[in-house]
Design a protein around this ligand. Structure first.
Ligand SMILES: NC(=O)c1ccc[n+]([C@@H]2O[C@H](COP(=O)([O-])OP(=O)(O)OC[C@H]3O[C@@H](n4cnc5c(N)ncnc54)[C@H](OP(=O)(O)O)[C@@H]3O)[C@@H](O)[C@H]2O)c1
Length: 247
């Protein structure tokens, strides 16, 4: 039996990268998965791949920068699968704009996608999890959330905020709901490619004891740990998955 047999999981930002790898792994472990993102083609492909492998999945197209689109994710999940056990707040917007060029809109979008959407979706699923007596929420931070070294202002601030959000939610939503965060280092995804890929990360790779960038599947296995009963006594924690970078 899979570690998530019969569980229902919502994964935001699952049309690509580490969210998609997590959707594949959760489905392999028996979860029914709702994939979200803006790109319908990629959402469909991910769902088809899961179904071809014998898993259960569906998708909801929603733009996380628009707060009014979030409720339909939870509504569709309830309509389709009747409940929700796991929420992986993974969708993220990378901004590399320096402070003096930052528009209000860009700042607001980064905060909305990276932080506020995680709060809103948690507010929507928490009553269901509370009533069931059990649930797991996983947020996605970054090593840019523990040091200003790795990210320009909006991204860095949003990822620091996720740490506080995770701790505060864990405190408020227990004992039924566990809330933890994964803080990835450099992981091979489209987002990393958008800033030059592995080559631009040579300084980071050099600093890491494991001397390489990570793979999306390595985030997926960490998410599986935090979503499953393997982490049943763990909440409010920030799990760095970064090859051991010390800042
Ligand atoms: N890769 C890294 O090195 C790294 C390091 C630290 C933290 N992270 C974090 O890891 C998470 C996943 O990133 P990734 O590296 O896997 O990047 P990715 O491959 O670019 O995936 C990003 C995902 O977020 C979704 N997304 C972005 N903006 C959205 C919006 N406005 N509305 C709905 N969905 C949106 C994208 O979906 P659509 O394109 O379909 O909208 C996509 O599925 C992010 O939170 C990121 O900040 C990544």
């Amino acid at each position: 039996m899979g570690k998530l047999q019969g569980k229902v999981a919502i994964i935001t930002g699952a049309t690509s990268g580490m969210g998609r790898d997590t959707a594949y792994l959760f489905a392999e472990e028996g979860a029914k998965v709702i994939i979200t993102g803006r790109n319908e083609e990629r959402a469909k492909q991910a769902v088809e791949k899961i179904r071809e492998n014998g898993g259960e999945a569906d998708y909801v197209i929603a733009d996380m920068s628009d707060r009014s689109q979030l409720k339909k994710i939870v509504d569709y999940t309830l309509e389709k699968y009747g409940t929700v056990d796991i929420l992986f707040n993974n969708a993220g917007l990378l901004s590399i704009t320096p402070t003096l060029s930052m528009s209000e809109k860009e700042w607001d979008d980064v905060m909305q996608v990276n932080v506020t959407s995680a709060l809103t979706l948690t507010q929507l699923v928490a009553p269901i999890m509370k009533e069931k007596g059990k649930g797991a929420v996983i947020n996605t931070g970054s090593i840019a959330g523990t040091s200003a070294r790795w990210g320009p202002v909006a991204y860095c601030t949003s990822k620091h905020a996720i740490n506080g959000l995770t701790r505060a939610l864990a405190r408020e939503l227990g004992p039924e709901i566990r809330v933890n965060a994964i803080l990835p280092g450099a992981i091979r995804t489209a987002m990393l490619d958008s800033v030059g890929g592995e080559e631009t990360m040579s300084g980071m790779i050099e600093m890491a004891p494991l001397k390489r960038i990570g793979e999306g599947r390595e985030i997926a296995t960490s998410a599986l740990f935090l979503a499953s009963d393997d982490s049943s006594f763990i909440t409010g924690q920030l799990l760095r998955v970064d090859g051991g970078i010390d800042c």
